[in-house]
Ligand binder design. Structure first.
Ligand code: TXA
Ligand code: MG
Length: 339
């Protein structure tokens, strides 16, 4: 196992070549993207793709996102590329938008979880793009974490989940955004957001007209198979508190006392405005000011993992306004709070 530290501003192409060779021989590489770290395989090597599911302990019906470096790669993966798809790709790529499109026959069902559709995005990270170009093939990659755990926003998270099960880790520092891409299904009319992210419904509606949020299907009918599983979850039980700032502080403090009385180790996810009220907790993760949702998104997964490192039993999490990337933050917190 090798950890290669790579500066995204001055890329060491020897390291990229090494990593591409590892992918070329059917092994896995952990690499940075602007959203979170990914664990990648050559999309056209079925055995390599199977390894992803095995190291992540991921259910095989949960499909992978395919990462491309050139717009022209899209036609190797998807059929019937519509003007609408081109418009979005041109505007948002490279960037944190994943498009669900009708699948080309050449893409193995191992990648798409037996779906007739593919998920594709072009990551906005020079290291990811260089790696895909060096391999000369798109890279199938989910987030670089064990299935169900918070996504890896830093190389140490991937390392602690996978250790020497991965041959090469490309370390380019903390991921800029810290939450995964928006997943938009273009195979349905109106287009549907299967996973909220930094590119919001409001922004997408400027391009597409009507766009809808993912409907909550019964468990076995979930359209984005990933969404039916418990996700983003630390070991501790996570309890969400709602209401205005004052109400949340009051409820959180009552919960801290109650759980402490039961002998639990209690952590809190707080904002700069409220953190000082939680001195009775065992650990307080301060995400940002309540207005700075981008910073909160950037720090969320790191905080969730920190609670595990600190062996918390309970996490009490303040809720954030569901505007902009706040919707994605709340989506991840809600999934993490499912027992
Ligand atoms: O930002 C990201 O998207 C990161 C980086 C590494 O690119 N990747 C990521 O991958 O979050 P993953 O596997 O953790 O999440 C992919 C999501 C899952 O919810 C999966 O079910 C959904 O996309 N998905 C993939 N292919 C799909 C398809 N054909 N139809 C519907 N949903 C799909
Ligand atoms: Mg994931």
């Amino acid at each position: 196992m090798k950890i290669l530290k790579i500066n995204p501003v001055h890329i060491n192409y020897n390291f990229i070549k090494q990593a591409a060779r590892v992918l070329g021989r059917g092994s896995l590489v952990v690499f940075p993207t602007e959203t979170v770290y990914g664990v990648g395989a050559d999309v056209f090597n079925e055995q390599a793709v199977a390894k992803i599911f095995s190291v992540k302990q991921r259910p095989t019906d949960n499909p992978l996102i395919i990462h491309i470096a050139h717009l022209s790669d899209l036609k190797k993966l998807a059929r019937n590329i519509s003007p609408q798809t081109r418009l979005l790709a041109k505007h948002f790529w490279p960037g944190p938008l994943t498009l669900i499109l009708p699948k080309k026959l050449e893409v193995s069902q191992a990648v798409t979880g037996k779906n007739d559709t593919v998920a594709v995005r072009m990551p906005d990270h020079p290291v990811a793009l260089a790696l895909i170009k060096a391999l000369k093939s798109p890279i199938a990659a989910p987030s670089a974490n064990l299935s169900g755990k918070p996504s890896a926003t830093d190389i140490v998270h991937a390392l602690s989940d996978f250790g020497d099960k991965i041959d090469v880790y490309l370390d380019a520092g903390p991921a800029k955004i810290g939450l995964e891409s928006t997943v938009l299904d273009l195979t349905v009319d109106p287009p549907e957001i299967l996973r909220p992210g930094g590119i919001t419904k409001e922004v997408l509606q400027n391009f597409l007209g009507h766009v809808i949020d993912h409907k909550h299907y019964p468990k076995n009918k979930a359209r984005s198979p990933g969404m039916k599983y418990r996700h983003y979850a630390p070991n501790a039980r996570l309890v969400l508190v709602t209401g205005n700032q004052q109400a949340m502080v009051k409820k959180s403090r009552a919960l801290i006392r109650r759980f402490k009385k039961d002998g639990k180790k209690v952590g809190v996810i707080a904002s700069k405005e409220t953190a000082a009220h939680y001195h009775e907790a065992d650990y307080v993760a301060v995400l940002s000011t309540r207005r700075n949702l981008k910073m909160a998104a950037h720090k969320l997964f790191r905080a969730l993992r920190k609670f595990d490192d600190e062996h918390m039993d309970i996490i009490i999490a303040e809720t954030f306004p569901e505007r902009g990337i706040g919707k994605a933050i709340m989506n991840r917190l809600q999934k993490a709070s499912i027992n």
